[in-house]
Design a protein around this ligand. Structure first.
Ligand code: SF4
Length: 467
């Protein structure tokens, strides 16, 4: 970014395209034959922000980030905070010395940590590194470590070749060097992580396109507990969630149970009548369910939609194909009420766009396999919700299967958490209400296996007696 423009309205600035798309906050350049690091002239130092001596034209991104670090209390999204804890802890150690950290939505921490450990390899990356994907065995961890190593070597060689090239000496392209260095670092670090505990890593099946061509593959840790404590460093941590249980959470995060005080709220703050759940036990759905069982469940969905013909609602199921099947067999009048909503949609619409269309349709019904969490369908955005199928994690994914074999309780706890999160999508405050229907008989099995994990706040609505 060579110039800056002062605008008071940041939204308007974004519309005008006044963003920092170069994004090279600091880069290595060669000056007088020597490699030096040149820092963007708009980048403030944390010391300036701490002492309020920063320039008025300083970069907004760093002002915000450093302001959070120097403040007494600060609020972070997981990715930004974990990024610091993984890569810059030493650099900011003077500012990370806090007594307490609070982790909201704690049932999602494992997914967040997973983003920082392991490696995803894409087809484009293999091509960029001039490697032959046919040379590697995509079911073998050693072969994948070799591939990651070859990727790192290839990036290192590219960097060396570019730097030694005459045209680079005349007109250096620092942007591509920084990009390649970042890719090299990521691959080299992943190799170290994997080799320090090979038994703990698993290679998922490769994703292929419709013609069977390789698209991507991921190498992921089974157990994140040995990595988790590097993210939790304050004297006290408070983990908040309506859907975690003590044993499984401690096991997963590597916490010693005796070091943890667990507060299980005895009662839901929302009235029972506002959040009733009807376990209809229609059929047990699984990979091997018969067609007639599947259709019977869809018939009941149709009936419930008729009973709520003047209201908005939500239908949750376990996969995209199941969403399509439900849509195919509903009655025409109910089909017209449906909007399929995923985080990525075929027509390119975002989840928020679909939900705002839903909000202007007085009898609209969202159908999804991904809205189990993180969506807020308050008041008459949803007055009924149908759980068509219990959301078991996909055990056909190798990492899930390996984790399930090693930690059987994890699988049950993941299913329970998602189910309980689903129950909460349409009841967002004490005056809000919605009726929930569960159609899959398998829910009883989950509640039976997870009986010690169910938080007390759900006892009344699930008819469980307090012992
Ligand atoms: S410091 Fe800010 S303005 Fe400069 S390159 Fe980085 S993001 Fe852009």
């Amino acid at each position: 970014m060579m110039e800056s423009e002062k605008v008071d309205n940041t939204r308007r600035a974004m519309r005008w395209g006044l963003t920092c798309d170069k994004g090279q906050c600091q880069e290595k350049i060669i000056k007088n034959g020597k490699e030096i690091v040149e820092v963007c002239k708009f980048k403030p130092t944390i010391k300036q922000v701490d002492e309020h001596t920063q320039n008025t034209e300083s970069c907004h991104y760093y002002l915000q980030k450093y302001d959070a670090l120097v403040s007494k209390h600060s609020l972070w999204n997981y990715h930004a905070f974990f990024q610091i804890m993984k890569f810059n802890k030493k650099l900011f150690e003077d500012y990370l010395n806090r007594k307490v950290s609070i982790f909201d939505e704690a049932h999602k921490i494992e997914d967040q940590i997973m983003q920082f450990i392991g490696f995803d390899i894409f087809n484009g990356q293999i091509d960029e590194c001039n490697l032959n994907s046919g040379k590697y065995d995509f079911s073998d961890l050693d072969s994948m470590v070799q591939l990651i190593d070859d990727i790192a070597y290839s990036y290192a060689k590219k960097i060396k070749d570019i730097k030694e090239n005459d045209s680079f000496q005349r007109e250096p392209d620092y942007e591509s060097i920084t990009r390649l260095e970042r890719r090299y670092d990521r691959a080299a670090q992943a190799k170290i992580d994997i080799l320090t505990g090979k038994d703990n890593f698993v290679v998922n099946d490769p994703v292929r396109d419709l013609s069977g061509n390789f698209r991507s593959i991921s190498v992921k840790p089974i157990d994140v507990s040995s990595f988790a404590n590097s993210f939790f460093t304050t004297e006290y941590q408070i983990f908040m969630s309506a859907t975690i249980d003590r044993f499984s959470f401690c096991e997963n995060m590597g916490l010693i149970q005796d070091d943890v005080a667990f507060i299980d709220t005895p009662k839901s703050p929302f009235p029972l009548d506002n959040r009733r759940i009807d376990l209809l036990n229609i059929k047990r759905l699984s990979y091997g369910s018969t067609e007639s069982d599947e259709l019977e469940v869809i018939k009941v969905i149709d009936r419930i939609m008729d009973e709520h013909s003047g209201e908005r609602g939500l239908i949750l199921t376990s996969s995209v194909p199941r969403c399509q099947k439900i849509l195919r067999y509903l009655s025409p009048k109910n089909t017209r009420r449906i909007r399929i909503c995923h985080s990525y949609n075929q027509d390119g619409k975002t989840q928020d766009e679909i939900i705002s269309e839903h909000a202007s349709d007085p009898t609209g019904v969202l159908l999804s396999s991904s809205l189990w969490e993180g969506v807020d369908l308050k008041d008459d955005l949803s007055r009924f919700q149908i759980i068509a199928k219990v959301p078991y994690p996909n055990y056909k994914e190798k990492r899930t299967k390996a984790k399930m074999d090693k930690f059987p309780l994890w699988y049950t706890s993941q299913t329970l958490t998602k189910l309980l999160q689903g129950f909460g999508r349409s009841i967002r405050s004490e005056n809000d209400w919605a009726k929930t229907y569960v159609l899959d008989t398998a829910v009883n099995n989950v509640f039976f296996k997870a009986q010690k994990m169910i938080p007390h706040a759900y006892y009344d609505v699930l008819g469980i007696e307090n012992q």
